[in-house]
Every structure is written in C-alpha cells, then in structure tokens.
Ligand binder design. Structure first.
Ligand code: HPA
Ligand code: ZN
Length: 324
C-alpha cells in the first residue's frame, strides 16, 4: 500500500452502494435473510467476476443485490463502505443507489433510503465525512418507471442531492429520460448521468445538451471527439472516471491504454473513482495505485486529481472551501 496515495485526502463522486457489496457481506446477508445464492462459497463467487463487458457485470450485480432486504441490510452495506472511506482518507462522498433494483423485488423505497441515510448521517457525526446521496434511474427501464421512482422519492427530497442515470448504455440514450431529468431539475435536484462509458461521445454531448447534467459519469469516450474535449476543458465539465472499472469491463484492454492522464493534461476536469469496488478489485486508493503502476502517474498528478474531486463535488460552499 502506497502511504502517500492512501493518506492523500480524497473525495469519491462515482460509487454505487450496491457495487460495494463484498462477497463476504453478501453471504452473511443471504444467511441472515434465508436466501439461497447461486454460488457455494465466497471464492466461487469471486471467480465469477470475470466480465467481458458492462452487461456481464450488470447481470451479476443485480443478482447480488437480492440479498438486501431490510433497512438494517442497507445500513450495513453503506456502513461497510464508510469504513473503507475512513481507512483511505476519503473525506467527502457522493454515493449512488439504484432504488428500482430493490422496489422491483417488492422492497419499499423507504426501507432502502432510510437505511442508507442513517449510515450517511453516522458517517458525518462519527467520522466527519461529508456526504450527498444521488438516486440513479436504471436506463434499461422505461421513462414511466423513472417518473414513478421520482414520485416515490418526493417525501425524501431532503435525503438526496441529485439524480443520476446508470445501467446499460447501449440502446438507452440520454434522450429517453429528457422529461424526467427536467422534472428533477424543477424540484431543485442536481443531475448527473453515465455517458461515454461503452456508448459513443455523442451520448456525452446529449447528456449535457438534452439532460443538462452538472457532471458526467465515466465520459472516457469523449476522447473520440476533439471538439467535445475542448468544450469539456473550457466549460469546466467534470468527468468521474473509474480506472479499474474500465479495465475490468474492457473499455480499455489494459491500464497502460487508459486515457485519464491524457485528459488531465489536456485540461479536462477528471476525477478518480471506484464505481463498484467489490466487483472491480479495489476502492479509491487501489484506483490511484493502478494509475501509478499502469500509467506512471506522478504525485503532482495525483494531487491534482484529488483536488478536482473536491472542486467538482457538490459539497456546500463552506465545506468545499474547507476541503480545498
Ligand atoms: N455503468 C453503468 N451502470 C452501472 C455501473 C456502470 O459502470 N455500475 C453500476 N451500474
Ligand atoms: Zn457507475
């Protein structure tokens, strides 16, 4: 473990709580809830984490989330992530959750959000970690289902700072969710969207122009479009990049081919994030380490990446000033 990278104060802006469900906790929750898993052991499950693309991963990720049943389960899931943050000096977090993964299984929206929110509150009071929760819509589901989810969130708007868009990017372009994003903005919510992960640079443009998002999740394929790269740099549009995710899902064949440092040097406001650390082999420090090992990231670059994570966070101005 590189002491410098672990001790460097960091923020995480792209983390799916369901993707922080470690196999050990998955087995423990399965047992607690009397649920049978398709794998006999933690090792067997880990061996299945060999993905050819995003959809391969999503299939296992949605399956794994089925062990989450009670408010306490959502608390325990979130708290396990908070403890990782504490150990890696991650002092501000804006985690995602996918309510539809749970409501589709008959779990009440309030069960999910109450468990997560209680853990985030404890993170603030016990560890001084500032937090902002982002609710994602599953883009393979319909616009009507996204609207229904936004409706369910209405009594809990104080618990969330914004909405996002995740799941299968292929065949589910940003424009499918134009109206629900407009409605969320009317409600005073911030907006982000996964775009340009597996999908084309045009999805990044459409997320900006049609969904009017405040930040782009992934966005690495923006590099295919020179004009877009210049726009991202000039308009200070941040990208929440996830290096280990991108290599594990074969967006890049090898870390040595990853474009994050090239984008950083071109003035694009990139940040480092872990996406689904239980599935992709590492939390935030491990992602920074992978950049050092695979791309020769310097300490100066690491400091700039960490600084970007504070600068382009949705932290309140006074908190942001303290972080920077
Ligand atoms: N992309 C799309 N959907 C997701 C991801 C991702 O990287 N992680 C969890 N849901
Ligand atoms: Zn993601």
């Amino acid at each position: 473990m590189d002491q410098f990278l672990n001790a460097l104060p960091k923020a995480e802006l792209h983390l799916h709580l369901e993707g922080s469900l470690e196999p050990e906790l998955m087995f423990a929750l399965a047992e607690r809830n009397g649920i049978a898993l398709a794998y006999d052991s933690v090792d067997e499950l880990r061996q299945a984490y060999d993905f050819g693309n995003l959809q391969d991963f999503l299939d296992l990720y949605y399956q794994g989330a089925a062990v989450l049943q009670t408010e306490q389960d959502f608390y325990d899931l979130t708290w396990a992530y908070i403890e990782r943050c504490q150990a890696q000096n991650v002092i501000h977090i804006e985690p995602f959750f996918d309510p539809q993964t749970h409501t589709a299984r008959g779990i009440a929206f309030e069960t999910v959000i109450n468990g997560i929110s209680r853990a985030l509150k404890d993170a603030e009071s016990q560890h001084g970690i500032s937090t902002g929760l982002i609710m994602c819509f599953l883009r393979h589901l319909s616009e009507a289902e996204a609207f229904e989810t936004l409706q369910q969130a209405t009594p809990f708007l104080d618990n969330i700072i914004g909405i996002g868009l995740d799941s299968s990017e292929q065949d589910n372009p940003p424009a499918k969710f134009t109206r629900v994003f407009a409605k969320a903005r009317e409600l005073g919510l911030l907006t982000v969207a996964h775009a340009g992960e597996e999908g084309p640079a045009q999805n990044v443009i459409d997320a900006l122009d049609i969904l009017k998002v405040d930040r782009i999740d992934h966005g690495v394929r923006a590099a295919d479009d020179t004009a877009l790269m210049e726009r991202l740099a000039h308009e200070n549009i941040a990208l929440t990049v996830c290096p280990l995710s991108n290599t594990r899902l074969r967006v890049f064949d090898d870390m040595s081919q990853h474009n994050i440092l090239q984008m950083l040097e071109q003035g694009v406001k990139v940040t480092v994030n872990s996406d689904d650390p239980a599935y992709f082999g590492g939390y935030l420090t491990e992602n920074f380490l992978a950049l050092e090992k695979g791309l020769g990231m310097t300490h100066e670059q690491a400091i700039q990446l960490a600084r970007n994570s504070f600068q382009y966070s949705f932290a309140k101005p006074e908190r942001k000033a303290a972080l920077l």
